[in-house]
Design a protein around this ligand. Structure first.
Ligand SMILES: [Cu+2]
Length: 178
């Protein structure tokens, strides 16, 4: 404080309104507080996932099944839906059925292991017959129709999701059931 500071020279007897008018620091402080409040308000808008253009991934899984395997290899199919405003990635799958579970894409009648699949914002990742799938190698046992195989899906951003795949007949394809 300097001797010219009005707070110092006039002391507590200065009326409150008068003090505010004279002290530029008080006005600056009020302006900064207002700016901070506005900035906070701006940041929180839509950040709770309810906004149309914002929000974290919100994933659900449906349509899961495994055709009954005919040897020690099996495939799994399902759809991962994302209602959130941020994309995510399926990065891996684990299961007690096999120590060698991977994710494959199919192209030109061949399948290839991939590191990840995109789960687009407000979209879906379809793992379906003839296309991308979960691949189980070296099955520890051969599940049969009516059994359930549990898998854990791992994602880049979202928490893992545990899914039960009902085992269907070997040729099962939901698209043939329309
Ligand atoms: Cu495969």
């Amino acid at each position: 404080m300097t001797p010219r500071d009005p707070l110092r020279t006039t002391g507590r007897r200065t009326p409150r309104a008068d003090r505010r008018r004279r002290d530029p620091r008080a006005r600056l402080g009020a302006a900064l507080a207002l700016a901070a409040a506005l900035a906070l308000t701006g940041c929180s808008t839509g950040g709770d996932g309810s906004g149309p253009d914002d929000g974290p991934p919100r994933l659900t899984v449906d349509g899961a099944f495994m055709p009954q395997p005919v040897n020690d290899v099996a495939a799994g199919f399902l759809t991962v839906r994302n209602e959130g405003g941020t994309a995510d990635k399926l990065t891996g799958v684990t299961s007690a059925l096999s120590d060698d579970v991977s994710i494959h894409e199919s192209k030109d009648q061949r399948m290839r292991k991939v590191a990840e699949f995109d789960v687009p914002a407000r979209g879906a990742l379809d793992l379906e017959r003839g296309g991308s799938h979960i691949m189980f190698m070296g099955l520890k046992h051969r599940p049969e129709q009516g059994d359930t195989v549990t898998v854990e899906l791992r994602f880049e951003k979202s928490d893992p999701i545990t899914v039960d795949l009902p085992v269907e007949e070997p040729s099962h394809n939901p698209k043939n059931h329309r």
